[in-house]
Design a protein around this ligand. Structure first.
Ligand SMILES: [Zn+2]
Length: 129
């Protein structure tokens, strides 16, 4: 049940080939959604894939209740198929490289945040406190 339909995938690949700036921007927004669903909430969604790496389910409300492919699934689809999308488009190749950097920055930001929390906790737990 659910998942991206063949028609939706075809539409996506067609849009990717056109290098539509609107599609690129939308995709960026969606990819951000899987890197950081919400900066202030600890929510994390899991995506299920079939044997062709096509996303078939997500644990987010959009998919669970409406049974409609969500932004997380589309973003995951883009990541899994980046090779074939990049092959015919320099713009998409650059887009993926840019997103890689953004993901790295996000991971680094989270790592620093955790480090800071660990330090705060250590101070609270230190014997001289
Ligand atoms: Zn989702």
């Amino acid at each position: 049940m659910g998942g991206l339909t063949k028609r939706e995938i075809a539409e996506w690949l067609r849009a990717a080939k056109k290098e539509d700036p609107k599609v690129l921007e939308k995709a960026r927004e969606w990819l951000r959604a899987i890197v950081s669903p919400n900066r202030t909430s600890p929510l994390r969604y899991s995506i299920e894939f079939d044997e062709r790496d096509i996303p078939i389910a997500c644990t987010c409300p959009q998919f669970r209740f409406r049974k409609k492919p969500c932004k997380h699934m589309v973003a995951a689809f883009l990541l899994n198929h980046r090779k074939e999308i990049s092959k015919h488009s320099r713009r998409w190749r650059e887009w993926f490289e840019e997103m890689d950097k953004e993901i790295e920055r996000e991971i680094e930001r989270k790592r620093k945040e955790q480090e800071q929390r660990r330090k705060e906790l250590e101070e609270i737990l230190s014997p001289e406190f």
